[in-house]
Design a protein around this ligand. Sequence first.
Ligand code: DOR
Ligand code: ZN
Length: 439
Amino acid sequence: MRWKERSRAVATLALNNVRPYGEDETNILIDVDAGVIDSIGDAPFTDAAEVVDCGGKVLLPGLVDVHVHLREPGREDTETIATGSDAAAAGGFTAVFTMANTQPVIDQPFLADAVWEKGQAYGKCDVYPVGSISKGLGGETLTEIGLMSRGHVRMFSDDGRCVNDPQLMRRAIEYAKAYDVVLAQHAEDHRMTEGSCAHEGENAARLGLRGWPRVAEESIVARDLIMTRDYGGRYHLCHASTEGTVSLLRWAKEQGIDVTAEVTPHHLLLTDEKLETYDGVYRVNPPLRENKDTFALRDALLDGTIDVVATDHAPHGSEDKCVEFENAKPGMIGLETSLAIIAHIFVESGLADWRFVAKVMSERPAEILRLSDHGRPIAVGEPANLTLVDTQAPWTARGEEMASKSKNTPYEGSEFNTRVTATWLRGKQTYEATDDQKN
Ligand code: DOR
Ligand code: ZN
């Protein structure tokens, strides 16, 4: 790919010989000032201020991640809104939702506003704050869902913790319904996971690690689905991880219960066989499960039982990861490897096409959160939130080379074929792979 000299004031950008959704090659002209797609044509645009020959690379709508942890405020040593935005842009994302389990917890409007404004000031990615469901994630008192929803909060979650108390959950569902916001649940019955660090199964038993049983997730999912049936509202399940959860979601959707769910790239790809290494980088919550779970989750994403992929990008410093497995903090970074993994599992295997990737990583997430300017079609007049993808660019994942401030990637040294080469947010370039990365 050749990037022409940029003129001082770039007003138009041409993406020539590009394949939207991996389909037929075409040429796209972007009005950079307006941040929208200006025209799409048969002939390359040659007189734009900036002309990029995309050489047949795939163009996707900018990716949207409904579940990340950018750690600001409070743990800026592990990630900030700025470094997290850089990691998001490098992963092809133009919008992310950052969870409320910061220090302090995002449980008041002014804290949520500050997150939004910092993201906008940095300008690499739209960073939507998630508000907590309970004050301080204490699981006891509801936050001011109504007040926060008047600002920039469209999703509420105690993620990192489960809303265990059924009465609090019922009230939260009712409030979320009244204010028409999404309630995202981290399903984990904490009484059943006390002291657990790994999936309860043969591997954990053999290695002497205390198990986190499937039922701890599935019992909460079952309860919540029934509550949603009876009390309505927009319920979203975070990081579905078991075959049983898939069956419950399938049942709910068959009943017409209006719920949505996400799955992470790591639960689609990795299993508890990784425990063998005792490497804390593989500790995550919910834990890596078994082969049969990864396959059930893949099928569920393919048939729409699970709606979206979300990374649960969870940065941690080495002092919290390079320790005994049971003392490691749960979580792994994921923003910069997610597209490569989804392409590997679904596109390179022939299970699905790029339309599917656009659906589960951009369109559906934007639809669930009702974002009017993300996850839109690649068409004239639409916002130029775009991601350029090279499908034949072998690369090796290295934490040290990632934009994220933390390096806790479970894919260190793994090889992938697909890589994001550029990202644009409203026509402004937010990421460009360096030449050696582009190949
Ligand atoms: O692995 C996880 N890490 N799961 C969560 O739910 C929270 C997250 C974190 O905040 O580190
Ligand atoms: Zn999370």
